[in-house]
Design a protein around this ligand. Structure first.
Ligand SMILES: [Zn+2]
Length: 216
């Protein structure tokens, strides 16, 4: 390790199936989620270890991932009031509770399709806060960027997105690292209260199941 190197908080979650299932039974898959956290060092802070990551060329032609598209279109079909905009060149992604709409940049603006879906699932997880869905109300009626409610909701959205990507099987190291860094930053805002991540993971699981239309 290089002198002065600092570790980062890293979250790992994985869906574990209870039984072997055939493809027809796939929709009824039964299992549980494992959530672990570690402190990790960036490879640039180590000595004598070579990175296995390959450089990503920007501007590559990306194709939609059908499994992820299917989840999104089924969710939108069930949620008739929810609007989704992904055709415009956009610098940001957001969910507007007032308009009940999710906006994300176009797929072509990303370096990897997995990153696009990771962003889209983050915003769709936010959309489950709606009272007709998972009804996650903030404790305080006024939620501002950086306050406790805002940080908690960001944790829910990012963990929900990681769970959905894992569940659909579209995880990618780069997208995952971005998620871990994002979760770490919100954990910091919540003063690294580990109970908060357990609470957020529970809410994220509810949200992911809601989006996948899986009942308990
Ligand atoms: Zn968010």
């Amino acid at each position: 390790m290089k002198p002065g190197a600092k570790s980062r908080f890293c979250v790992y979650c994985q869906f574990v199936e209870k039984n072997e299932v055939t493809e027809e039974e796939d929709k009824k898959r039964d299992g549980y989620l494992i959530l672990k956290w570690y402190r990790v060092f960036h490879i640039d802070d180590t000595v004598g270890i070579e990175s296995k990551c390959q450089a990503v060329e920007p501007g590559s032609n990306l194709s939609p991932i059908q499994r992820a598209e299917d989840v999104i279109s089924a969710y939108l079909q069930r949620e008739s009031t929810l609007k989704f905009f992904n055709e415009e060149e956009s610098a940001s992604a957001y969910y507007s509770p007032a308009r009940d709409e999710v906006v994300v940049p176009r797929l072509a603006q990303y370096q990897l399709a997995e990153e696009y879906y990771s962003t889209a699932f983050h915003e769709f997880t936010h959309s489950t806060m709606h009272e007709s869905r998972c009804n996650r109300k903030p404790e305080s009626p006024i939620t501002r960027f950086g306050d406790k409610d805002y940080s908690r909701e960001e944790l829910v959205a990012e963990i929900g997105s990681a769970m959905l990507c894992n569940r659909i099987g579209i995880e990618n190291e780069r997208a995952f690292n971005n998620s871990a860094a994002y979760i770490q930053s919100w954990m910091k805002a919540l003063k690294n209260d580990n109970r908060m991540i357990v609470w957020a993971a529970k809410k994220a699981e509810e949200a992911a199941k809601y989006i996948l239309n899986e009942k308990d």
